[in-house]
Design a binder for this molecule. Structure first.
Ligand code: NAI
Ligand code: 15L
Length: 268
């Protein structure tokens, strides 16, 4: 089972821009969608996740969806609700109605952001750890994972929910040495998520094979992901530049780091 045509939502964003360069090498034909025009891609669909008709048209005829679109940082409850809750529901409805059977959903480390990071001999954080969102944003990713489960149980739409760590060309903080998902590993993981058989709804963590990893990649490896990168090559420089986060620094305490404490503060 290998999907060929894939709708990539959020194609104008950071991860979308990286993935639309890397995924065609795996043989995918990408259809792009974003709220804003996609640089260098005049055929990209410009649509809001609020627009059910546009989404239905966008998924028509594709084999799978990689869903990256939405609010990607903490925001007001109303904005998170519109894009990441209602918008996600629209996408799943469109997939169900059009018979699209595989979605890869960009969840986030912030769904479990208040989980203490392991220290010393502590085991790596398993994928089954209770969810502890650190923001309305993280809460919306918890909702997304549950929606994905519901659409599998009710409608046989399969999903791999990828709790992405930090996917950027390079890690930019000491915390990201633990969380980093290199763009090349992200493409590898998305490819595994698109092609693995019988995933039902599977939750995986999305990181490279980092020396300082905090979470357990075994469910990602079980769908065929073999990470090739390690953030350790950036460690000396980043630690020299930024210093190791001190005792009590949220970047050292929690998986979600500063999302647990930083502005925007409550209530919105
Ligand atoms: P981004 O903010 O750069 O890109 C998101 C894209 O979604 C933007 O181009 C935006 O225009 C589009 N979008 C927002 N609202 C929309 C709407 N209502 N309708 C249609 N499009 C809409 O975010 P990034 O970093 O590329 O992340 C992509 C996905 O991965 C997001 O879902 C994010 O939550 C998730 N993620 C990313 C991580 C990272 O390290 N970059 C870490 C964890 C999760
Ligand atoms: C996320 O979920 C965000 O979308 C991304 O911009 C980063 O902040 C990332 O998490 C992170 O925790 O580093």
């Amino acid at each position: 089972r290998k999907p060929r045509t894939v709708l990539l939502t959020g194609a104008a964003g950071g991860v979308g821009t990286l993935m639309r360069k890397l995924l065609p090498d795996y043989g995918y034909q990408l259809r792009l969608l974003d709220l804003v025009p996609v640089d260098g891609a005049p055929d990209a669909i410009v649509a809001d996740l609020a627009d059910r008709e546009a989404l239905r048209k966008a998924v028509r005829g594709v084999d799978a969806v990689i869903h990256l679109a939405g609010i990607s940082l903490e925001s007001t409850f109303e904005k998170v609700l519109a894009a990441n809750v209602t918008g996600l529901h629209h996408l799943y409805e469109a997939a169900r109605e059009e018979g699209v059977r595989r979605i890869v959903f960009a969840s986030s480390n912030h769904a479990v952001g208040f989980t203490p990071r392991p220290r010393g001999d502590d085991p790596l954080v398993p994928v089954e750890t209770p969810r502890r969102p650190d923001s309305f944003y993280g809460l919306s990713k918890c909702f997304g994972e549950d929606l994905a489960q519901l659409y599998w149980d009710l409608h046989e739409v399969e999903t791999v929910s990828v709790r992405v760590g930090s996917c950027f060309p390079e890690p930019t903080s000491v915390r990201m040495l633990s969380m980093w998902l290199s763009p090349a590993d992200c493409a590898r993981l998305l490819h595994s998520a698109l092609t693995a058989e019988n995933v039902g709804h599977t939750v995986v963590y999305g990181s490279s094979a980092n020396t300082r990893l905090w979470w357990d990649l075994s469910s990602a490896r079980a769908i065929g992901y073999e990470p090739q990168d390690d953030s350790e090559r950036f460690a000396e420089r980043l630690i020299a530049e930024k210093g190791v986060p001190g005792e009590g620094d949220p970047d050292d305490l929690y998986l979600g780091g500063r999302f647990c404490t930083d502005p925007p503060r409550w209530p919105h």
